[in-house]
Design a protein around this ligand. Sequence first.
Ligand SMILES: *Cc1c(COP(=O)(O)O)cnc(C)c1O
Length: 322
Amino acid sequence: MAAVVKADAYGLGAVATSRALAQAGARTFFTATTNEALVIRKALGEGPQVFVLNGPTGADAETMKGARLTPVLNSLEQVKLWAARGPAALHIDTGMNRLGLGPEELPHAAVALRDTTLALVMSHLACASSPAHPMNEVQLKRFIDAATLFPKAPRSLAATAGAQIGAAYHFDLLRVGVGLYGSGGLDENVMNLACAAIVDAPILQVRNVEPGETFGYGATFAADKKMRTATVSLGYADGYLRSLSGHGYGVLGGARRPILGRVSMDLVIVDVTGCDEAREGAMVEFLGPSAKLDEIAALAGTAPYELLTTFAGTVRKTGVRA
Ligand SMILES: *Cc1c(COP(=O)(O)O)cnc(C)c1O
């Protein structure tokens, strides 16, 4: 199993995350870009293998070679550009039409890569988030057929969701990203994974509010009874998406505290009526064991991937819960 740590390890912080994963036994890493891979190489030293999914784009081929990175070659142009600089992976397109070589290009690649060690042949599934989708089997079959041209190379097809379709999809290496961080990557039948990312924020102010009072920009929520509310130091500038306005919740004192009205840039208002723990400085959990990644993403109308990667540098990445 390889660890996918692209996009700053899905927003969790590439250095701390890749070190923790290496300590837990990870030896193979995937990034999207060369710059991301250089960060991982520097953090982990020479031991681990670091694949670069987007491949070489020009001048960075020499940089990749110098840092002993393993590019994923996604086109005949990239195959020529790499030209036996060292081991490489080859991406076969099996239906996503995003990156990778098509069937008619593969024989040319096989010739051009005669003197290159193929560390991996890989492809990527378009519909793995619905395991019963017929596209999965179509891509599996195309992958098996195409990979016969490269009989000595280890094979990799599945990411987090694909790994759950069945053993036929596992081959030699799983490329797991979001599964490391708290989501099973499926559209339905959400797995109950431990959450690696915790976002909590302090209460700045507690208010007692009369019926008829409204909250925040646009006055989109009105109290229909006496309420206690807490204004919390978290907003969309931190990555707490504005689409959670009126939908999201924080957790305090073991219960869900609904968001009232709109999420502001740096502030959010939650309902803490009847909550004894609500006082200035108390920490409210917005993502974590009690506010699960998959559920919060669904409430925001997005995928767990986007929710995680949107959390900004303003959210301090401590690595451990304070
Ligand atoms: C992002 C990515 C992965 C990891 O996907 P998860 O769904 O996060 O496990 C694996 N392979 C490729 C090619 C990717 O782009």
